[in-house]
Write a protein that binds this ligand. Structure first.
Ligand SMILES: [Zn+2]
Length: 119
């Protein structure tokens, strides 16, 4: 690889990292939520930036989150296993990152209801 290509690759990676940042934030928010979901309601109020409110079981086609930064509910549509955020109108925001983690968890654990997720 020439040094010119290297620079090009580096700047591409930088750009990509920036773009993924919000997805990563969603992943982080999901982990944050997972860590405190077993806590009492106060834990919900204090810690996670995003909170899962509703999953459209059994065929997950809609996820509803509460975004504490925005102070509003956020709906994420899932069409053909691809989440897209109705608020940000994109597929790479933190809400989508959160939803991707959630879908992976549901599939891995075989969850079938909100109760499964929250227990
Ligand atoms: Zn969003």
């Amino acid at each position: 690889m020439s040094s010119k290509d290297k620079i090009k690759t580096n700047s591409l990676q930088l750009k990509k990292a920036e773009k993924c940042e919000s997805l990563d934030e969603g992943t982080f928010a999901f982990l944050n939520w997972m860590n405190c979901k077993s806590f009492d309601r106060e834990g919900y109020d204090q810690n996670p930036p995003l909170i899962l409110k509703y999953v459209d079981f059994p065929m997950v086609g809609l996820v509803r989150l509460f975004d504490r930064f925005l102070g509003q509910d956020v709906f994420v549509d899932i069409v053909d296993c691809v989440p897209s955020c109705k608020v940000c109108k994109t597929d790479d925001c933190s809400h989508v990152g959160f939803t991707i983690c959630l879908l992976q968890l549901i599939e891995r654990e075989g969850f079938e209801s909100m109760d499964d997720i929250l227990k």
